[in-house]
Design a binder for this molecule. Structure first.
Ligand code: C5P
Length: 421
């Protein structure tokens, strides 16, 4: 089977496993969902833990398993409400009779039933049970209620059952369930893109502006970046239908309409928030920030007093934010910027490879008419080898128009994205 591994890397699935012999199939289901690139977190009921251990799911999903409501430790990490918000889809497989009854009645006496009430995400249930229990009137009544409440019921299959009976009640094979989930997100993405724009439904993170590296409480090292390009891009991505988070260094610009802005000062803070964005879900990461390459090794607690004719400040290298994000396993589509004063294209293409980016936009800041503080820009965009497009020249235009062209370039590359190997 061939598929694009990266397409679903931003989609979060809660797989809820309840008590039933089919729980063993859910282990394979986690594998298949991960193969498709989904982020998977597993919630287990007490009943499920009698059939299979949380450790199995933890190892397969790469995430801690959630089973307790109001467990202080779990709530400190990702509590039940956060979990409910995190999910793009809640898939209950296998769904026991008891769970269906709880959902239908609106009970909230364990983690899963509470999560069901607290989530806005679509909920799918794959009932699996003895054929007689499936046919029982209360079960059918509960299923009807769930369908009326908007729950998607994946019908069980007929066949021989673990208890020896033959009839309806077997959970579909994990491959089929994973395929149905994949198909659902594919259709949803296509529908959104057709309706709302080039980056519809995408989560975009943009770093912008300079960083400030403190020397002491009143002084810092910084640069002349104004953040204009990053802010223009944030506006363009939002207009193209994306959900945009702008991680901004100290700049005096208004936050574009619809954009979530997070202010930072230093490079280390910018890195922290960027990593957080990955965790929250990010499809496209655009690094326009002029991050200070070095920070002061030891920031003085008090204002440094004038003494002597010379003062030496020792600097240490800052982490490369965009390269750090690009190294992550579930990485977004990575866009870098390069401002150069000579050998512009050669240096930019080198950075594209060295930082493992998908795309880099470079400009010549030695030209007085474009670049840092200017409202105009002209750029050449290079793409990684795995794209059919090699480079694209963006003619001198306002930063807003350049931003729009960059959005088109990102969209075109995403359309033909190959998995990163
Ligand atoms: O290596 P250079 O600073 O020229 O690379 C520029 C690109 O790398 C920009 O996209 C910039 O935002 C990003 N960068 C970064 N973290 C650093 C330095 C640069 O994300 N510490």
């Amino acid at each position: 089977m061939s598929f694009d591994l990266s397409v679903f890397s931003n989609k979060n699935i809660i797989l809820a496993v309840t008590g039933g012999i089919a729980a063993y199939k859910s282990a394979i289901l986690v594998r298949r969902l991960k193969d498709y690139g989904f982020n998977v977190r597993v919630v287990m009921t007490k009943g499920a833990q009698a059939f299979i251990t949380p450790l199995t799911f933890q190892a397969l999903s790469g995430n801690p398993v959630h089973s307790e409501l109001l467990d202080p430790e779990a709530e400190a990490g990702m509590g039940h409400i956060e979990l409910a918000r995190w999910a793009d889809l809640v898939l209950v497989a296998p769904a026991s009779c008891d769970t269906l009854a709880k959902f239908a009645a609106g009970l909230a006496d364990d983690l899963l039933s509470t999560l069901y009430l607290a989530t806005k995400a679509p909920v799918w249930v794959a009932p699996a049970m003895n054929q007689q229990m499936w046919a029982a009137k209360p079960t059918q009544r509960n299923l009807n209620t769930l369908v009326e409440d908007g729950v998607h019921v994946i019908m069980p299959e007929a066949g021989s059952q673990a208890c020896g009976d033959v009839g309806l009640g077997r959970m579909p094979e994990p491959e089929d369930l994973a395929e149905q989930v994949r198909e659902y997100f594919h259709k949803a993405q296509r529908a959104i893109a057709e309706k709302f724009g080039l980056l519809a439904g995408k989560k975009v993170t943009i770093t912008a502006g300079p960083t400030r590296e403190a020397i002491d409480p009143v002084r810092y090292i910084s640069n002349h970046s104004t953040g204009k390009m990053g802010f223009a891009l944030a506006a363009a991505c939002y207009s193209a239908g994306a959900k945009v988070t702008l991680i901004a260094g100290p700049v005096s610009l208004d936050t574009p309409n619809g954009v979530e802005r997070k202010n930072v000062s230093s490079a280390m803070q910018m890195l922290d928030l960027s990593m957080q964005q990955l965790y929250d879900g990010c499809d496209i990461f655009i690094a326009t920030a002029a991050v200070a390459d070095y920070r002061v090794a030891e920031v003085s607690e008090h204002k440094i007093k004038k003494a002597g004719d010379e003062l030496a400040v020792s600097l240490v290298k800052n982490p490369d934010i965009v390269a750090t994000i690009a190294q992550q396993k579930q990485r977004p589509f990575m866009v870098g910027f390069a401002a150069e004063t000579r050998n512009v294209e050669e240096y930019a293409a080198g950075k594209l490879v060295a930082k493992k980016l998908d795309m880099i936009a470079c400009n010549d800041v030695s030209r007085a008419d474009i670049g840092f503080a200017s409202d105009q820009n002209a750029m050449t965009v290079f793409f990684a080898d795995r794209y059919e497009m090699e480079k694209r020249d963006l003619e001198k235009a306002s930063k807003q128009e350049i931003a729009q062209q960059l959005v088109e370039a990102i969209h075109d590359a995403l359309e033909q994205q190959q998995p990163v190997v």
